[in-house]
Write a protein that binds this ligand. Structure first.
Ligand code: GTP
Ligand code: MG
Length: 425
């Protein structure tokens, strides 16, 4: 089965909580704080793989969660980090956030890894919160929660080479002869309803992926039948083998047939006609084909198309056409792009991250938040100017208002990471 879209749920690991604990030993009544830090939560990572060609695996497994970090323990024990989860996807997969449609990753190379969700940081244990005036900190930081998303995976590239052409011309037969694929072949139209993929092995160890793309008919570009669906598949292959029935079993002129399909490609997206295209004049085991092969060559070769006489059913001329396709792939390393621009995805906008206020002991307030932590990092609070700047920041971010809402009174203590001060209006 061919699957080129899937919806899955991914979740990063939460950070473990820091521990509140005090050193205890015989003869020591008041030991210092020794609560360990929580471990970091695991990340969610996507990795490109050339050995996958479809998203079929995601029909069966749809939930992926990284492990949470473990809470810190007594005696300065740091909790172990949670394990990350790595999700392998075919090269050419685009990962989108389901609600906004924003692109989170565009995986274009084998082995390429992208971290989509970072695990939450572990909380710090109470040993970090002792100060000269507060020797018994009954407070430890909570681990940061990570994020979770529904994401849509979508294959941008489905194959290197696409086999196109009208129904019944022998596309599936060709695929079955040159690859490991086993498509249904029959003497009526639309035997194939969705692309079949197969791997072509030519020469020593060299391979490429080939797709048999059905459903192209006159009017496909106007959406006749599932026209657009099929054209979307065509769009996601780099080189086309255009199969035409040179024996014209169903009547009609093979030159016209090729022109009609190309007119559909052009109407859908003019760029498609710029992709390398090889014409496979099929069914040459039937004597009537001979004359048409000549005509096809005379017409299309001057236009820059290579024309190869083949008989897919009796395996004639197939080596040459595979070689030609491989050569085109090498010469035109097409980078398939989607219509829209890929903005690099920003996982979290740190500065918008809200802060958290915890009320401890009634007159002791702890403020945490990624933005505040960053601000603390580049402000020298010890200088008068620095402190004034920091106060302004607290006011502007609404942190002072929030503290007052929580009921802070003059003289209460505020703790912001390593800074502790008494609150006065
Ligand atoms: N004589 C002859 N018949 C062939 C050749 N290749 C395919 N056929 C026959 O043509 C018919 C259609 O072949 P398919 O491979 O199913 O054609 P298709 O293009 O995949 O058709 P759809 O899936 O309907 O689009 C079958 O009866 C095949 O046996 C060939 O080289 N010579
Ligand atoms: Mg078919």
């Amino acid at each position: 089965m061919f699957v080129d879209r899937a919806k899955i749920h991914i979740k990063g690991g939460n950070g473990g909580n820091g521990a509140v604990s005090f050193y205890r030993a015989k003869y020591i009544s008041h030991g210092g704080p020794d609560g360990g830090d929580g471990g970091k939560g695991g990340d969610v990572i996507f990795e490109g793989s050339n050995s996958l060609n479809t998203l079929i695996d995601f029909r069966y497994k749809r939930h992926f969660a990284a492990e949470n970090g473990t809470d810190g323990g007594k005696r300065n024990c740091t909790g172990p980090d949670g394990k990350s989860v790595t999700i392998k996807v075919p090269v050419g997969t685009v990962v989108r956030e389901a609600n906004s449609g924003k692109v989170m990753a565009d995986i274009t190379r084998d082995g390429e890894k992208k971290v989509i969700i970072r695990g939450g940081k572990g909380g710090r244990g109470n040993q970090h919160f002792a100060t000269p005036t507060r020797q018994i900190p009954r407070y430890a930081e909570r681990g940061k929660t990570s994020r979770e998303y529904d994401v849509i995976l979508e294959l941008k590239t489905i194959a290197d080479v696409g086999i196109i052409g009208f129904p019944n011309v022998g596309k599936s037969t060709l695929l079955s002869m040159v690859t490991n694929a086993n498509p249904k072949i029959a003497d009526y139209h639309f035997t194939t309803l969705s692309p079949n993929l197969g791997v072509v092995q030519y020469k020593k160890g060299e391979t490429f992926v080939m797709a048999d793309i059905p459903g192209l008919v006159e009017g496909a570009s106007e959406g006749v039948g599932l026209g657009h669906e099929f054209l979307r598949h065509v769009e996601r292959t780099k080189v086309f083998i255009h199969v035409v029935d040179a024996a014209a079993i169903e009547g009609g002129d093979p030159i016209d047939s090729v022109k009609k399909i190309n007119a559909e490609l052009e109407a859908y997206k003019p760029d498609l006609l710029k992709r390398p295209q090889i014409i496979a004049a099929n069914k040459t085991d039937i004597p009537e084909a001979e004359e048409n092969v000549q005509r096809l060559k005379e017409y299309f070769e001057p236009l820059g198309y290579e024309v190869y006489p083949i008989s897919a059913a009796s395996n004639r001329g197939l080596d040459l056409i595979i070689e030609a396709a491989a050569r085109k792939l090498r010469d035109y390393p097409a980078d398939i792009t989607f219509d829209e621009d890929f903005e690099e995805y920003q996982e979290v906008q740190l500065d918008n991250e809200p802060f958290t206020i915890e009320v401890i002991d009634g007159n002791y307030y702890s403020v945490t938040g990624v933005g505040i932590e960053k601000m603390m990092g580049y402000t020298n609070i010890d200088t008068e100017k620095g402190f004034a700047f920091f106060q302004k920041y607290l006011r502007e971010k609404g942190i002072i208002d929030a503290l007052e809402e929580k009921g802070i009174k003059e003289g209460d203590t505020v703790r912001i990471y390593d800074l502790e001060f008494d609150y006065f209006k």
